[in-house]
Design a binder for this molecule. Structure first.
Ligand SMILES: [Fe+2]
Length: 289
Protein backbone atom coordinates (compact mmCIF):
# COMPACT_ATOMS: atom_id res chain seq x y z
CA UNK A 1 0.00 0.00 0.00
CA UNK A 2 1.21 3.52 -0.74
CA UNK A 3 0.37 6.88 0.71
CA UNK A 4 2.43 8.98 -1.65
CA UNK A 5 -0.41 9.79 -4.02
CA UNK A 6 -2.93 11.81 -2.01
CA UNK A 7 -6.25 13.00 -3.36
CA UNK A 8 -6.06 16.08 -5.52
CA UNK A 9 -8.90 18.08 -7.07
CA UNK A 10 -10.53 16.22 -9.93
CA UNK A 11 -9.61 17.57 -13.38
CA UNK A 12 -12.49 17.97 -15.82
CA UNK A 13 -12.02 17.38 -19.55
CA UNK A 14 -15.67 17.52 -20.67
CA UNK A 15 -17.09 15.12 -23.27
CA UNK A 16 -14.86 12.79 -25.24
CA UNK A 17 -14.82 9.83 -27.60
CA UNK A 18 -12.68 6.75 -27.96
CA UNK A 19 -10.02 7.40 -30.59
CA UNK A 20 -10.43 4.84 -33.39
CA UNK A 21 -8.28 4.56 -36.56
CA UNK A 22 -11.37 4.77 -38.80
CA UNK A 23 -11.77 8.39 -37.65
CA UNK A 24 -8.14 9.61 -37.82
CA UNK A 25 -8.53 11.49 -41.09
CA UNK A 26 -11.91 12.99 -40.22
CA UNK A 27 -10.50 14.24 -36.90
CA UNK A 28 -7.48 15.87 -38.53
CA UNK A 29 -9.46 17.32 -41.47
CA UNK A 30 -12.53 18.48 -39.59
CA UNK A 31 -11.31 19.22 -36.03
CA UNK A 32 -14.66 18.02 -34.60
CA UNK A 33 -16.11 19.48 -31.42
CA UNK A 34 -14.89 16.68 -29.16
CA UNK A 35 -13.35 17.88 -25.90
CA UNK A 36 -10.88 14.99 -25.57
CA UNK A 37 -10.11 11.47 -26.76
CA UNK A 38 -9.43 8.25 -24.90
CA UNK A 39 -6.91 5.94 -26.57
CA UNK A 40 -6.44 2.20 -26.18
CA UNK A 41 -2.84 2.28 -24.89
CA UNK A 42 -1.92 -1.09 -26.46
CA UNK A 43 -2.47 0.33 -29.96
CA UNK A 44 0.44 2.78 -29.55
CA UNK A 45 3.12 0.84 -27.73
CA UNK A 46 5.18 0.03 -30.81
CA UNK A 47 7.66 2.86 -31.42
CA UNK A 48 7.42 4.61 -34.78
CA UNK A 49 4.93 3.82 -37.53
CA UNK A 50 1.54 5.15 -38.53
CA UNK A 51 -0.39 4.88 -35.23
CA UNK A 52 2.05 7.13 -33.34
CA UNK A 53 2.32 9.50 -36.28
CA UNK A 54 -1.45 10.08 -36.13
CA UNK A 55 -1.48 10.14 -32.36
CA UNK A 56 1.10 12.93 -32.14
CA UNK A 57 -0.88 15.08 -34.57
CA UNK A 58 -4.15 14.50 -32.73
CA UNK A 59 -2.45 15.14 -29.39
CA UNK A 60 -1.34 18.55 -30.68
CA UNK A 61 -5.03 19.52 -30.82
CA UNK A 62 -6.80 17.48 -28.11
CA UNK A 63 -6.25 16.29 -24.54
CA UNK A 64 -5.89 12.52 -24.29
CA UNK A 65 -6.44 9.85 -21.65
CA UNK A 66 -4.78 6.43 -21.81
CA UNK A 67 -6.96 3.34 -21.31
CA UNK A 68 -5.34 -0.10 -21.18
CA UNK A 69 -6.75 -3.61 -21.45
CA UNK A 70 -3.86 -5.90 -20.51
CA UNK A 71 -2.62 -4.90 -17.05
CA UNK A 72 -4.55 -7.81 -15.49
CA UNK A 73 -4.43 -6.21 -12.06
CA UNK A 74 -6.24 -9.14 -10.43
CA UNK A 75 -3.92 -11.85 -11.74
CA UNK A 76 -1.56 -13.86 -9.53
CA UNK A 77 1.20 -13.55 -12.14
CA UNK A 78 3.80 -10.86 -11.37
CA UNK A 79 3.05 -7.47 -12.93
CA UNK A 80 4.47 -7.23 -16.44
CA UNK A 81 7.29 -4.69 -16.01
CA UNK A 82 7.99 -4.53 -19.76
CA UNK A 83 4.41 -3.54 -20.35
CA UNK A 84 4.56 -0.94 -17.56
CA UNK A 85 7.79 0.50 -19.01
CA UNK A 86 6.10 0.82 -22.41
CA UNK A 87 3.07 2.48 -20.81
CA UNK A 88 5.32 4.94 -19.05
CA UNK A 89 7.21 5.76 -22.25
CA UNK A 90 3.93 6.44 -24.03
CA UNK A 91 2.76 8.61 -21.14
CA UNK A 92 6.01 10.61 -21.29
CA UNK A 93 5.41 11.14 -24.99
CA UNK A 94 1.75 12.22 -24.99
CA UNK A 95 1.28 13.51 -21.42
CA UNK A 96 -2.18 12.00 -20.89
CA UNK A 97 -4.62 13.49 -18.40
CA UNK A 98 -4.60 10.06 -16.70
CA UNK A 99 -4.06 6.32 -17.24
CA UNK A 100 -6.65 3.62 -16.57
CA UNK A 101 -7.26 -0.12 -16.81
CA UNK A 102 -9.86 -2.61 -15.60
CA UNK A 103 -10.56 -4.16 -12.21
CA UNK A 104 -10.29 -7.71 -13.49
CA UNK A 105 -7.91 -10.42 -14.50
CA UNK A 106 -7.30 -11.60 -18.03
CA UNK A 107 -5.75 -15.03 -17.49
CA UNK A 108 -3.02 -16.79 -15.53
CA UNK A 109 0.50 -18.04 -16.18
CA UNK A 110 0.96 -16.00 -19.30
CA UNK A 111 -2.19 -17.32 -20.96
CA UNK A 112 -4.41 -14.40 -21.91
CA UNK A 113 -8.08 -15.29 -21.68
CA UNK A 114 -8.92 -12.32 -23.96
CA UNK A 115 -11.71 -11.44 -21.64
CA UNK A 116 -11.99 -9.16 -18.65
CA UNK A 117 -12.93 -11.57 -15.90
CA UNK A 118 -14.28 -10.36 -12.56
CA UNK A 119 -12.66 -11.26 -9.23
CA UNK A 120 -14.20 -12.94 -6.19
CA UNK A 121 -15.19 -10.16 -3.78
CA UNK A 122 -13.10 -11.19 -0.79
CA UNK A 123 -10.71 -9.59 1.70
CA UNK A 124 -7.85 -11.58 0.17
CA UNK A 125 -8.60 -10.20 -3.31
CA UNK A 126 -8.84 -6.64 -1.92
CA UNK A 127 -5.39 -6.94 -0.33
CA UNK A 128 -3.90 -8.49 -3.44
CA UNK A 129 -5.31 -5.94 -5.88
CA UNK A 130 -4.71 -2.89 -3.67
CA UNK A 131 -1.04 -3.84 -3.26
CA UNK A 132 -0.64 -4.28 -7.02
CA UNK A 133 -2.31 -0.94 -7.78
CA UNK A 134 0.14 0.59 -5.30
CA UNK A 135 3.01 -0.94 -7.28
CA UNK A 136 1.61 0.37 -10.57
CA UNK A 137 1.15 3.85 -9.14
CA UNK A 138 4.69 3.89 -7.78
CA UNK A 139 6.09 2.65 -11.09
CA UNK A 140 4.18 5.20 -13.18
CA UNK A 141 4.70 7.99 -10.64
CA UNK A 142 1.03 8.95 -10.75
CA UNK A 143 -2.35 7.86 -9.49
CA UNK A 144 -4.17 5.31 -11.56
CA UNK A 145 -7.85 4.89 -12.50
CA UNK A 146 -9.43 1.48 -12.13
CA UNK A 147 -12.61 0.61 -14.06
CA UNK A 148 -15.51 -1.60 -13.02
CA UNK A 149 -16.10 -4.38 -15.57
CA UNK A 150 -19.40 -5.95 -16.52
CA UNK A 151 -19.90 -9.47 -15.27
CA UNK A 152 -21.91 -12.55 -16.16
CA UNK A 153 -20.68 -14.85 -13.45
CA UNK A 154 -20.34 -14.73 -9.66
CA UNK A 155 -18.08 -16.64 -7.29
CA UNK A 156 -19.42 -18.59 -4.30
CA UNK A 157 -16.45 -17.21 -2.29
CA UNK A 158 -17.68 -13.60 -2.58
CA UNK A 159 -18.57 -12.09 0.80
CA UNK A 160 -19.50 -8.56 -0.29
CA UNK A 161 -21.10 -6.65 -3.15
CA UNK A 162 -19.17 -5.45 -6.18
CA UNK A 163 -19.54 -1.82 -5.10
CA UNK A 164 -18.18 -2.56 -1.61
CA UNK A 165 -15.26 -4.34 -3.25
CA UNK A 166 -14.51 -1.45 -5.62
CA UNK A 167 -14.83 1.18 -2.88
CA UNK A 168 -12.57 -0.74 -0.51
CA UNK A 169 -9.85 -1.25 -3.13
CA UNK A 170 -9.92 2.42 -4.16
CA UNK A 171 -9.51 3.51 -0.55
CA UNK A 172 -6.78 1.06 0.39
CA UNK A 173 -4.77 1.66 -2.79
CA UNK A 174 -5.62 5.37 -2.75
CA UNK A 175 -6.39 5.11 -6.46
CA UNK A 176 -9.04 6.70 -8.62
CA UNK A 177 -12.10 5.23 -10.34
CA UNK A 178 -13.28 5.11 -13.92
CA UNK A 179 -16.95 4.37 -13.46
CA UNK A 180 -18.47 2.59 -16.43
CA UNK A 181 -22.19 3.37 -16.29
CA UNK A 182 -23.09 0.77 -18.90
CA UNK A 183 -21.18 -1.92 -17.00
CA UNK A 184 -23.11 -1.09 -13.82
CA UNK A 185 -26.33 -1.40 -15.79
CA UNK A 186 -25.29 -4.69 -17.43
CA UNK A 187 -24.19 -6.24 -14.13
CA UNK A 188 -27.32 -5.02 -12.33
CA UNK A 189 -29.41 -6.72 -15.02
CA UNK A 190 -27.43 -9.96 -14.97
CA UNK A 191 -27.24 -10.19 -11.17
CA UNK A 192 -30.54 -8.48 -10.33
CA UNK A 193 -29.37 -5.69 -8.06
CA UNK A 194 -30.47 -2.05 -7.95
CA UNK A 195 -27.93 0.03 -9.93
CA UNK A 196 -28.67 3.05 -7.71
CA UNK A 197 -27.19 1.20 -4.72
CA UNK A 198 -23.96 0.93 -6.68
CA UNK A 199 -23.86 4.62 -7.65
CA UNK A 200 -24.61 5.73 -4.10
CA UNK A 201 -21.83 3.62 -2.56
CA UNK A 202 -18.92 4.96 -4.60
CA UNK A 203 -16.84 7.78 -3.02
CA UNK A 204 -17.48 11.01 -4.92
CA UNK A 205 -13.93 12.38 -4.94
CA UNK A 206 -12.41 9.23 -6.40
CA UNK A 207 -14.43 9.18 -9.63
CA UNK A 208 -12.49 10.97 -12.36
CA UNK A 209 -14.09 9.51 -15.47
CA UNK A 210 -17.32 7.95 -16.78
CA UNK A 211 -17.66 5.46 -19.62
CA UNK A 212 -20.86 5.19 -21.63
CA UNK A 213 -21.44 2.41 -24.16
CA UNK A 214 -24.05 0.29 -25.87
CA UNK A 215 -24.55 -3.44 -25.48
CA UNK A 216 -26.59 -6.41 -26.69
CA UNK A 217 -29.59 -7.63 -24.77
CA UNK A 218 -30.26 -11.35 -25.22
CA UNK A 219 -33.44 -11.34 -23.13
CA UNK A 220 -32.33 -13.01 -19.94
CA UNK A 221 -28.72 -11.77 -20.04
CA UNK A 222 -26.81 -8.81 -21.51
CA UNK A 223 -23.46 -8.85 -23.23
CA UNK A 224 -21.30 -5.75 -23.06
CA UNK A 225 -20.38 -5.46 -26.74
CA UNK A 226 -19.79 -1.72 -27.34
CA UNK A 227 -21.31 -2.03 -30.80
CA UNK A 228 -24.62 -0.19 -30.36
CA UNK A 229 -25.80 3.27 -29.26
CA UNK A 230 -26.29 3.91 -25.55
CA UNK A 231 -29.79 2.80 -24.44
CA UNK A 232 -32.30 4.89 -22.47
CA UNK A 233 -31.96 3.16 -19.08
CA UNK A 234 -28.19 3.79 -19.26
CA UNK A 235 -28.81 7.47 -20.04
CA UNK A 236 -31.06 7.60 -16.97
CA UNK A 237 -28.39 5.99 -14.83
CA UNK A 238 -25.86 8.45 -16.24
CA UNK A 239 -28.09 11.37 -15.19
CA UNK A 240 -28.28 9.85 -11.72
CA UNK A 241 -24.48 9.57 -11.62
CA UNK A 242 -24.06 13.21 -12.67
CA UNK A 243 -26.44 14.26 -9.88
CA UNK A 244 -24.23 12.43 -7.39
CA UNK A 245 -20.71 12.99 -8.72
CA UNK A 246 -21.05 16.37 -10.49
CA UNK A 247 -18.81 17.26 -13.44
CA UNK A 248 -16.96 14.09 -14.33
CA UNK A 249 -15.17 13.72 -17.67
CA UNK A 250 -17.39 11.52 -19.83
CA UNK A 251 -16.67 9.51 -22.94
CA UNK A 252 -18.53 7.14 -25.25
CA UNK A 253 -16.86 3.84 -26.11
CA UNK A 254 -17.54 2.24 -29.46
CA UNK A 255 -15.31 -0.68 -30.33
CA UNK A 256 -17.23 -2.49 -33.01
CA UNK A 257 -19.68 -1.63 -35.76
CA UNK A 258 -18.05 1.82 -35.76
CA UNK A 259 -20.30 4.46 -37.38
CA UNK A 260 -19.17 7.69 -39.11
CA UNK A 261 -17.80 10.28 -36.71
CA UNK A 262 -20.87 12.50 -37.21
CA UNK A 263 -23.10 9.82 -35.67
CA UNK A 264 -20.93 9.60 -32.56
CA UNK A 265 -20.88 13.40 -32.32
CA UNK A 266 -24.70 13.33 -32.15
CA UNK A 267 -24.54 10.76 -29.36
CA UNK A 268 -21.95 12.88 -27.56
CA UNK A 269 -24.28 15.86 -27.86
CA UNK A 270 -26.92 13.75 -26.14
CA UNK A 271 -24.45 13.08 -23.32
CA UNK A 272 -23.82 16.82 -22.97
CA UNK A 273 -27.50 17.71 -22.78
CA UNK A 274 -28.25 14.83 -20.39
CA UNK A 275 -25.45 15.95 -18.05
CA UNK A 276 -26.48 19.60 -18.31
CA UNK A 277 -30.10 18.77 -17.48
CA UNK A 278 -29.04 16.57 -14.55
CA UNK A 279 -26.85 19.36 -13.14
CA UNK A 280 -29.76 21.82 -13.41
CA UNK A 281 -32.10 19.45 -11.58
CA UNK A 282 -29.43 18.95 -8.94
CA UNK A 283 -28.98 22.71 -8.45
CA UNK A 284 -32.75 23.24 -8.38
CA UNK A 285 -33.32 20.57 -5.72
CA UNK A 286 -30.42 21.97 -3.66
CA UNK A 287 -32.05 25.43 -3.83
CA UNK A 288 -35.34 24.04 -2.53
CA UNK A 289 -33.87 22.23 0.45
FE1 LIG B 1 -15.71 0.77 -20.14
Amino acid sequence: MTHTHRTTARPYLGFGLGLRPAHYDAILNESPAVDWFEIISENYLVPGGKPLHYLDRIRARYPLAMHGVSLSIGSRDPLNKDYLRQLKALADRIEPAWISDHLCWTGVEGINAHDLLPLPYTEEAIKHVAARIGEVQDFLGRRFLIENVSSYLTYPESVMTEWEFLREISERADCLILLDINNIYVSSFNHEFNPSSYIEAIPIERVWQFHLAGHQNHGDYIIDTHDEPVIDPVWELYAEAVRRFGDVSTMIERDDNIPPLSELLDELQHARSTAFQAQREFTASADLS
